[in-house]
Design a protein around this ligand. Sequence first.
Ligand code: ARG
Length: 478
Amino acid sequence: MPQAGEGHNNRKLAMKKNEKKLWGGRFEGSASDVTERISRSVHFDSRLYRQDIRGSIAHAKMLNKIDVLDANELDDIVVGLAQIRDEIDRGEFLFLDSREDIHMNIEAALTERIGDAGKRLHTGRSRNDQVATDVRMFIMDESAGIDSLLAKLVSVLVETAEKHIDVIMPGYTHMQVAQPVRFSHHILAYAWMLVRDRKRLADAVSSCSRLPLGSGAMAGVNYANDREFLRNELGFNSVIMNSMDAVSDRDFMLDFLYFASVLGMHLSRFCEELILWSSSEFSFIRLADSFTTGSSIMPQKRNPDVAELVRGKTGRLYGNLFSMLTVLKGLPMTYNRDMQEDKEPLFDTVDTVIISLEGVTGMVSTMTVNAQRMQTAVRSNFSTATDLADYLVRKGVPFRESHEISGGIVRYCETEEKDFFSLSADELKKFSPLIDDEIVTILDPSSAPERKISAGGTSRSSIIEQIRMLRDAVETGL
Ligand code: ARG
């Protein structure tokens, strides 16, 4: 009798000794223990059960349509598979490790329950086209949820930007203060990245949406399979027209893993900023207690662990992409068992993307913004030196000369231990006779963003336009 145990995701997993393999006919001896152990995948690929059952039901309907299965057999198969699916949903189905993978577990359980009809199900199909179909459907199914999480994060960023539209902060290049920007402009830069991520995800989904099922092991099958019927039943966009390509292609998975890697890169950049901004040296933001952790030794600490973990998890996302690229490198046509190694990286990427998006969304929607600290930072670093140069350009000075004059004023301030605001009008006029009283407004960082009148700049009207466009993008999914 099988020993019940807990498998992946609390699923029951057991061994059944000496069960005849579904492919047992050709074999005299049984597989060695290590062959069994290295081959089995049901402890992780059981996660494909919904897609596997959906694919089998479509396949059975198609077999009925081409008169391989009669109506009663089809009915038994559909009812039996639905029952198995519900049992798995409830955690009551017993997976057998000895049945190797999810496909053989479901097929063998079905046959145990309904007899001969179950044995006919695999007619005109191979696990090679079956598994390729399952993983494509899995990515498409999971992508719907991931896309909503992306849309949610874009919305949260847009709301944050809108709420703090008038907060001015230093913008950086080389991590050195560059020019004053709106905090909202900085935040919305990330929203735009995520809009591109959604587009990349949609592209990955469309490369998944090409149907391998009906290709058999690799050469096609000896039945007039109605692949268009299968395509329509399973909601794929098109049918793959080369059976060898159909079973050996995993490009769609690489597309998805690449989408996830780029997303991870974006999130890691944002998290790096959240970590920096929440340090006591910056204090631009304060992360909520619920998104920080304490130290077991230093009582004063509030560590941004969620941001650090999301930043760190980017490593797994890149690693999973590289695992798959490496598994596929040099593989000859067509299906090779190496390909079974595709699932764990895929599942890990899906889980990592989901938890990362949830973590970042939670942090952003609960953080507080310290406008005062940003104001102090933007005033103490000559952030309007470029505006000063542009002011002189307006008075007719060539930019290269005005740049020189502005640089001279900064140098003078540094030697005199002054900032732009402690300079008297007379001191300033010594640098150029063209400088007049308007200079006070020019040097003020809070008025600088409004002078950025080019499209896509950091002015208030540009932020309002970006918010409008981003809301539109969230709604239309573009
Ligand atoms: N578990 C296998 C996989 O995930 C299914 C396909 C097995 N095909 C085979 N020819 N052994 O790739």
